[in-house]
Design a protein around this ligand. Sequence first.
Ligand SMILES: Cc1ncc(COP(=O)(O)O)c(C=O)c1O
Ligand SMILES: N[C@@H](CCOP(=O)(O)O)C(=O)O
Length: 466
Amino acid sequence: MRYRSTRGTAEASAPNFSDILLSGLANDGGLYLPTHWPHVSRDTLTAWRSLPYPDLAAEVIGLFTEGSIDRETLREMCRDVYGRFDHTAIAPLVEVEEGLFSLELFHGPTLAFKDMAMQMLGRLFEHVLKERDRHVTIVGATSGDTGSAAIEAFRGRERVSIVILHPHGRTSDVQRRQMTTVHDKNVLNIAVDGDFDTCQDMVKAMFADETFRQECSLSAVNSINWARIAAQIPYYIRAALALGGPDRPVSFAVPTGNFGNILAAWAAGQMGLPIEKLYVGSNRNDILTRFLLNNDMRVRSVEPSLSPSMDIQVSSNFERLLFEMLGRDPNRCRAIMEEFRQTGFMAVPHDAWENIGHVFRGHALDDAKTSDAMRRFHKESHYLADPHSAIGLATGSYYKEAGIPMVAAATAHPAKFPDAVEAATGIHPELPPHLADLFDREERYDVLPNDLARVKEAVLAHHRAR
Ligand SMILES: Cc1ncc(COP(=O)(O)O)c(C=O)c1O
Ligand SMILES: N[C@@H](CCOP(=O)(O)O)C(=O)O
């Protein structure tokens, strides 16, 4: 399997999975995608129904790692990684309303869907870095969950230094503490005076500085890294097969920020999984919902909400979908993305917007509606959802149709957002035993202004201290 960038012609060097795993972002600023979508036949999908989750994950991820990592090694990694999750089904389905299923993706160590892919990335990086005898410095931006998942997956790894930027004061206390109470030497936490988009821009700017990128051997583990998306595809396939796929289509409702999780569902469809529709759930930062309704992709300021992990305006992975909808034309994609960067408005051609609308729909909930949704699911279905998952469930409930199972991604454990959950439902969700003393642990992090040069200095110093 080979990869290409959304902004460049297929590279002569035709990078493989291991190459793009380590580089994260293409040199031209684009995002990597496979040169072709692997096709999974109906017979194969049917045969996959009987596989346990780790083996299914190895089959699916293996289609993207072909030529880089042998299948048996990958299968062992998957068995080891998912064997540590706290639910035997790994990503269980719970019927919350008739025809509406919660796909619980928060049974990993940091209680958010990020673990489903990030735990695999930890193992994949280790494997490839050892093979290539290399060290990298990972720089990541987080609105709360990617950071803790990445730190958990990479802490203490010899060949990796990791720096995570989070927006100062804009995560939940649990999210921040999950990051800042980890004291392994290879981990550095920086709270930036800004919002998530500020942090994400800084990461992209560091990658755009070729000298800096080389000097620090930068790597990315945000969902700009294709490996993240690849490792998020198996749970969509698994859920659909459990609900009658491939013999009948299912729909997915996904609480969305950076557009990585829902893009993984769309990718499953590209590979042959019958999918009816994909529903984007937004909070008050509803740029994607506005786009889907009116082709209005205009950046506004990021507003804090009850679902802080989705307080995002610029959704990185939208570029991958745009590239596909432009018939994989890198020049048009680059021009649109560059203009978006300069003007804050993405001029998506009408036909591309219409094509996106054939598959995707959006639904936005402000904080009051998010609380109502948490309350309603708890009262009527005895289901305790965190604010992000509640947005997914409410979106699914709003759009569900008779005869088509609706699967809503439950992306975080309620205990990550105890205040919002308690205010809505009266229930204070407890952290699981391995995090029970989180509030007694010492926090360590630097606070830096919204100043790229200062952040780069800190990254370089951390890189050199390895
Ligand atoms: C709990 C939670 N839900 C939803 C999202 C949005 O997911 P994505 O950025 O893949 O769209 C995030 C952040 O990524 C998250 O942490
Ligand atoms: N909500 C995310 C934002 C970053 O998303 P990613 O999937 O691109 O890593 C977070 O929790 O940090």
